[in-house]
Write a protein that binds this ligand. Sequence first.
Ligand code: GDP
Length: 457
Amino acid sequence: MLSTIAAISTAVSSAGIGIIRISGPDAMNVIDRIYRSKGGKKRIKEMQSHTIHYGYIYDEETLIDEVLVMIMKAPKTFTGEDTVEIDCHGGIYTCKKVLETVLKHGARTASPGEFTKRAFLNGRLDLSQAEAVMDVIQAKNDYALKSSMEQLKGSVKKSIVEIRRKILYHIAYIESALDDPEHICLDGYPDELMEVVKQVQTDIDKLISSADDGKIIQEGIKTVILGKPNAGKSSLLNVLVGSEKAIVTDIAGTTRDILEEYINLNGLTLKLIDTAGIRDTEDAVEKIGVDRAIHIAREADLILYVADSSRALDEDDYNILEILKGKKAIILYNKTDLEPVLPRIELARISDHPVIPVSAKEETGLKDLEESIRNMFFEGELSFNDEVYITNMRHKEALMEARESLNQVINSIDRMMPEDFFSIDLMNAYESLGRIIGESVGEDLVNEIFSKFCTGK
Ligand code: GDP
């Protein structure tokens, strides 16, 4: 028989309440061993499912805490098993004490992700939904939360199931035709299959290409701030971050370290990286910073180039403009509170990138920057109504494998190979896609995925 597991499911900190969750066939017995209602007569086991009961937790004759007990009987629970949640007082010591009592009376400690793993194994969630549970917990912004909630509701699963259904139909058709050639004729069939495979590849491509947006939604836009020393990079970073983390100084070339910050821009996350001022320098330490800056700029999703409007363009600026070529970049025409020396039009003339006037000092122009970034990455708005976003690398890899197998099918059709060649590769595509929703995955992979969860989930 499966064991009954328990864990503290809320954050372990001093808070108003803490929740201990128990799940498994023995959950109702465990709670009955330690719960006493006010009158002392109630037995949880006999109560209706999905009800809440006030009372006390006792370890034998020792009173532990005053609690609310929520009971949910299988199968309509998160895990699909009998589940009990104990709302206790939220102190670290109290929660641990209640958990200890639960463990002493018949449950064992849940491993990380074990509740969600059971939900998956009991068919309450497919694997993509189970992974979305973790994404919901880790969401850093509104968009990440929305996309993981859609996945939790089954958006990825739905698309994958639909694609697999089409593939399976053709696997079955070929198999039946090969078994019964007298009644099912495959003349002209390869042309028909070619159409279907191309259609399916289009569906898969759409999902794969959503993964770029998906990654940005989930992890943030990797943003590098470039500009020569004293242009105002650190000041800008501070304004964006809203704290004084970066060292702001008047001495040219002192921001040598690379700083990383996450900021939220109305639901979008920027993963900001500040770099040493780019300039031609002999200073060894600074040189490392500059090289790193160029390297990082190459890998960035977005470059913010801070130009100093109170100084004329020089060689350094031209070098930076060179780095920007072919990249997503925005030119920030900074220090607009000062008398301009560099005309804004000049920047617009020599570069294709948008030029946005800002003042890090007076904190102006930031709304325009926000809008410009949003337009650049999502053409204004992200739609979560009809679009499915792939945000998980594992899913993307499986989709790419499926795509490759379908390429093989196309090859075999082109080369007029026998039909059983088609079905082998169709089957491979079917299985690759199955891994996304958790079909045909081995125990090792399941364990690995759930071990990344926190305990209590
Ligand atoms: P960095 O070397 O590019 O990181 O530049 P800093 O952020 O250290 O700024 C260099 C100097 O320019 C500091 O004295 C800042 O106070 C000043 N500064 C930055 N932004 C502005 C601005 O928008 N207006 C004015 N007047 N000064 C600014």
